[in-house]
Write a protein of this length. Structure first.
Length: 114
């Protein structure tokens, strides 16, 4: 093999290796939505009320993962909501603190430390 062919092979090997390393890095360090959602769900409670448009918006944000969350519906468990001091819905309880209004996944990730 001449030097030109060896150089081309080395460059191609370097490119392939770089692509593999980038893909592996992205898989390890990328946002794994499912893991983030599970972490948020484990560290929070969501208080809602049937018929509440903002609550429906919050549920839409959570999409397919809604069943992962502990939901308290004030329409069905008014006493629990009163005991928790809930005055607005939706309300998130995270680390003993109340956070009213609809929150994005990014905001919930920051609030829970996930």
């Amino acid at each position: 093999m001449n030097k030109k062919n060896i150089l081309i092979i080395l460059i191609l090997a370097l490119i392939v290796t770089s692509i593999i390393l980038i893909i592996n890095y992205a898989q390890r360090n990328g946002n794994n939505d499912e893991e983030v959602i599970q972490c948020i769900a484990k560290n929070s409670q969501l208080i809602v009320k049937e018929g509440c448009p903002a609550c429906a918006s919050q549920k839409t944000i959570l999409k397919d993962y809604l069943n992962e969350f502990e939901l308290i519906d004030c329409a069905y468990d008014a006493q629990k909501c009163m005991d928790l001091g809930i005055t607005h819905v939706p309300t998130w309880i995270i680390k003993g603190e109340k956070y009213e209004k609809v929150h994005t996944i990014k905001e919930l990730k920051e609030l829970t430390g996930c």
